[in-house]
Structures are given as structure tokens and as C-alpha cells.
Design a protein around this ligand. Sequence first.
Ligand code: C2O
Length: 512
Amino acid sequence: GVIRSYDFTISRGILAPDGYEREVLLINGAFPAPLIEANWGDTIQVTVHNHITHPEEGASLHWHGLLQKGTPWQDGVPGVTQCPIAPGESFTYQFLADMYGTSWYHSHYSGQYSGGLFGPMVIHGPQSQEYDVDIGPVLLSDWYHDDYFSLVEQTMAANSTPVVADSNLINGKMNFNCSSIAHKDATPCVSDAGISKFKFRRGKTHLLRLVNSGAQGLQRFSIDGHKMTVIANDFVPVEPYDTKVVTLGIGQRSDVLVKADGDLEAYWMRANVSRICGRNHNPDAVAAIYYDDAKEDEEPKSVASDVPDPGSCANDDLDLTRPLMKMELPEPDLIIDMEVRLFTNGSGVKLWSLDGVSFRGNYNSPTLLLSNLGNLTFDEEWNVRIIQGAKSVRVHLINNTTVPHPMHLHGFNMYILAEGEGEWDGRINHPENPQRRDVFQVRRHGHLVMQFDAAENPGVWPFHCHIAWHASAGFFIQFLTGHEVVETMRIPNVVAETCRQWAKWTHTNIPA
Ligand code: C2O
């Protein structure tokens, strides 16, 4: 493969994606951030300059869903694989495009990505199904008028009110009704910011690369008058199945094929945030699809498909989703039971815990660098679980809360063995070829049983809820796999350099 090089400058700028002006985190001046595109087997190289000002803050970029086999230090997780990139400093990521399909990249520094630091990533590989037109990424993201740090604070406060999205965006666009806030807010706002528009060619089959790149909401995506054929979930091609609605938790992707066989000239595509599974007032998003020569200044007149929200807050039925490339489930040699809880600590702060610990980030000495030095004693609040010798690890997760969660594992595709309400009945879904994904929803008061082949990828790999503020408030565990291999890894000096730069910056900026 060849090297695909990108030069990214991160900054803060005033932007109004939905018409309401706010400070947005940008890459090379753009929101959403630029597309990263490569062929399977290529090397992707991204030099990141942290030019964030007013205020300055750390940053990092994570390449969601790539395995980083042999390069765990390129995973982009501050406190786990590197220190944050300090303001004014740069860091060059270089890693293999080791999976193919649709994904995204995003900051992994606190809840920062929800302030705008995310972009699409497409890795071209073998085509499992025929299509005529690649429409490209369709990013669905709930959007907030407040900065991410105040939202994180808001969710953790003792008397916290749930965070409600102000908008829902498709590829960074949607119209916001400014009159709903004008009386109490002097922020510049226009009600006709504009929506995203797509072209369809009549009779042709189109590939849409759906990504939930939001902060909190479970998206339900549909196109009026059309059915969709799902051909991949996350980075895993599946046996095609038809549906009128695709459900995507945060971080999840689905590649869908859509045949332009409608009677009208224009249609709405819709991204509805599940109200039952989230909050009552979440706004929806639309974008327009125009066939051939349809007039793009006219709004589509199509009517929404009848796709009632089942309210389960679950992904598509596991029975529907069979990977095309068959992989049998190995016997696990370690079974871990863990529970998710929400609690209020002694200071009245609302926190999440996973496996009995509410994770607290350790930005100054990343777990991977410590393990590389043979130091395996970690503070309890870092929530590191050392996987000793096990080849395949089964995790039996109990969600003891009233909220559904998109659970994400780094470094592996999880085998999804079971998911459902209440307790697990012990039944494994298609052990001869279970669904594999890197994010899977667990419903409220439900269970998720997944497994991963730990021995195949030595490193430190977070398993966390992908809701921006849940991860920031402790819903995060790190699996240290193959520590004897990690000890012999030759981690480039530039990784430790991020820590020297970060220490220098924090020393100047946070006087003791
Ligand atoms: Cu999409 Cu831990 O990340």
C-alpha cells in the first residue's frame, strides 16, 4: 500500500452549522472535519497541530474501529496510549488501514469531539455487493449550542437536568428555529441555515455510508418511500438484509444500498433521535434527495415511512445480522462479569462506574507507556484490568441503569453473543458465526454478552460507553492485553515526547 498523508490543524472558530452561532472546534477550518480516504492496506499518516485557543486545551485524534495491531500507541487515547497533544504542539499519527469500510475519527480528549472534532473515514476494500454510485459518508450527529465542557459538568451536577440536544445534523447541517430562543438569547441566529442535499440517479443503486457521530442520541435513519439494504455494520460486511429504518448508536456505522426507484423527483431522508430512548424534546434532522434533474430549490413533498420506534433502544435483531466472512466463536478462557452503575459520590457528583470503579483519567502517565516500562501497578481509579494469558475473553455486562448505552471496544471486533432485557438466559446467538462489531447497544436494565480474542492484539484497549458525557464521568475500563509483549514494544520517542510537552504546558498553565 501507499502512504496517505494529511496535515490537520485544530482550532476554534465561530460557526453556525444549524444557524445558531457558537464556537466550534474545527480541523483545517472545517466542520465536520475533512474526509480521510485510503485503500485497505495503505498507511495513513496524519500530522495534527493543536492550535486551539481561547481557551487553550489538549487534544488527540482516535481512528475509530481500526485495530492498531502492533501500533497500540497510535490509538489516540490521552492517558491510555499517549498524553494529550499540548497547545502549540504537534503529533504525527501513522498506522495501517487494517479494516475496510466506513468509519470516523474523533477527539478522545474528554467530551471534546462533541464540540465538533470529528470527521468521516472511508477505507476502500473488496466490494461485497454491486452498486452504481457511492454517495459517501452521511454523518448523523446530535448538536448542542453549549460547549462540551459545560455539558459534561451539567450531567455530573447533583441537581442535574438531562442534557437535551438543540439540533440534529446530517453532514453538519440542519435548520434551527431561532424564534424558539430569540427572546432570551442575543446570540446571532438565522432560521434558514440550510440542509444537506444529495443526488440520486433514477434506476441506479446508491451506497450510503451512515455514521452516528453524535454525542448522546440513538439515531433512527430512514428515507421516505425507499427501503434500504444493509450490507455492512461497522467494519463488518454482512449478509444483505432489507429494512425501512436503520438504528445507530453513537459510534456505529451501517453501509446501506438504496435503489432510486421512487415515483417522485425528491425525497426526504430523516434522522430521528429516539425520543423513547433519550429525551422527549430531541429535534430531528432531514436532508433532501433529488433525482436527476429535479429542482433543488423546491422542498421534497414525500411522506415519512411508517417506522414506529419500538422503544427497546436496541440495535437490529441479532438474528438478522450475519457476517459474510464466517468466524466461529472460540471457547473463552476467561469470563468477566461486570456491571454498569450510576451513583452520587460524597461530594454530590453524579458518576458512572464500570466493574465497580468510576474511571478517572490519568493524562500525565499513559497506561501503555507505564506497561511498556514494566510498571504494572496502576491506581484503582484508572480501572485497568490486566488480561493474564487468556486467548479469548468473554464479557458479561449488566446494565443496572435506566439508560441504554452504546458500548465500544478498542483494538478488536467484539463477537456479539447476546443482548436483551433483564438477565441473560445463557443462549448464544449463532455461535457458528456471531455478529461482530466495534460498538453495540445495551438496553436499559439489560445485558450484553460479548467476546474478544485478547491474545491477538497486545496493548491497552478501552471498553467504554460512547456517550460523550458518560465516558467523561467514569464509564470506562482499560484492558491490558499481552503485557509481556507490550514490555518489548519499541514505542517511538515522539509518544513519550507528548508527555514532556504536556507536563511543561500544565506546569505553566496550572500553577500548583
Ligand atoms: Cu470512537 Cu473510544 O472511541
